[in-house]
Design a binder for this molecule. Structure first.
Ligand code: AHG
Ligand code: MN
Ligand code: MN
Length: 333
């Protein structure tokens, strides 16, 4: 049984140039995960479900757990001093850490502290997503917006936690995707899924089909294709949509499938945020052998222009993403 901490150290030793800072950063994330996990498990017993009555910068109603998770991850990242700044779904601007260690640290973190948060009131899985970059501004000076607006291809590490029927942390540092399951009696994450590979051809499609009439024609054609009967490609595919990106992504990663949140007539940029939802998932899925696209371009090559930028998202098994991209190019460009 290998723990997450042991695994990170073992991997770090494979790279002579590693200084251990990234390992410490990941251990800060691990600690915050345990705290958030403990709280989520109490939902229904203590006063943490429901909304704060406040809207966040995206105009979405903040849940109490959104704020709790945001504060917990920020505090853990600041305390270790391995991060000089953080950007979060729940914060309008990025945050600079001014501690002595923090100002000289080389990493910034972007995060969705609680993904799928509206599901928490009904005991459905939620998650956390994180994305880590090396800053591009000089060490010791102020953190800048450009440190956060880097293309996804420059990510140093990314991962997510799924607070599901068991709690799992899945991450990549660009050398495969590895999953760890929490033993709740010990509060320890053990390696349970080493080197995850997503099947090239999946059988599951995940999309909020209630928006069908607002979808681009390319997506409508693809959905009809998914529903056709064809014994060779084993269609119709199965439709599965939880409404927590992390949970939908995690299932498709393990079983093979595609997650789609396209542009719609009312949200031409889609719903999901490039920097702390799509880029980290794109990095993970590519590391597992899959792909991620905005319908036309590779997600990780997009040049971000704003912290909370949204982007259409097609992510999962490589051949499924290729199929829908072909239809987008034919019917929606
Ligand atoms: P968040 O809770 O961080 O705001 O994210 C919710 C996102 C994502 O998790 C999910 O896949 C999607 O919103 C669901 O949107 P719809 O309700 O429009 O399907
Ligand atoms: Mn989210
Ligand atoms: Mn969120």
């Amino acid at each position: 049984m290998i723990t997450l901490g042991e695994y990170i150290v073992a991997k770090q030793n494979d790279f002579p140039e590693a200084t251990g800072e990234l390992s410490l950063l990941l251990s800060a994330i691990r600690l915050a995960t345990k705290v958030v996990n403990r709280e989520i498990n109490k939902a229904g017993l203590v006063d943490i479900i429901g909304t704060t009555g406040i809207e966040n910068i995206q105009g979405e109603v903040q849940q109490k757990m959104d704020l709790y998770a945001n504060d917990t991850f920020k505090a853990a990242l600041e305390a270790r001093g391995e991060v000089c700044g953080v950007a979060s779904e729940e914060e309008e601007d990025f945050i600079t850490f001014n501690g002595k260690r923090s100002v000289n640290s080389k990493y910034v973190v972007l995060m969705d502290p609680l993904d799928g948060s509206s599901n928490i009131d009904v005991n459905v899985s939620v998650g956390t997503i994180f994305s880590i970059y090396r800053r591009i501004s000089p060490l010791g000076g102020p953190v800048t917006l450009n440190d956060f607006l880097q293309p996804g291809s420059r990510q140093v590490a990314a991962g997510y936690v799924v607070y599901g029927s068991s709690t799992m942390l899945v991450y990549t540092t660009g050398h495969g995707v590895h999953g760890f399951t929490c033993d709740p009696s010990l509060g320890v994450f053990y390696l349970s899924h080493e080197n995850i590979q997503i099947p090239e051809d999946g059988q599951i499609y995940s999309i909020n089909e209630g928006n069908y009439l607002k979808f681009p024609d390319g997506v409508k054609k693809y959905l009809k294709f998914c529903q056709e009967i064809d014994s060779v490609s084993n269609r119709p595919y199965t439709s599965r949509y939880i409404g927590s990106l992390v949970s939908d992504f995690h299932r498709n990663l393990l079983k093979g499938g595609i997650y789609i949140y396209p542009s719609t007539a009312s949200s031409p940029q889609g719903k999901l945020r490039l920097l702390y939802e799509c880029n980290p998932m794109a990095f993970l899925v590519e590391q597992a052998g899959g792909s991620a696209s905005d319908g036309f371009n590779r997600i990780m090559e997009l040049k971000p222009t704003a912290l909370h930028q949204r982007v259409p998202f097609f992510c999962g098994s490589r051949n499924m993403v290729a199929d829908v991209q072909t239809m987008m190019e034919k019917y929606s460009s």
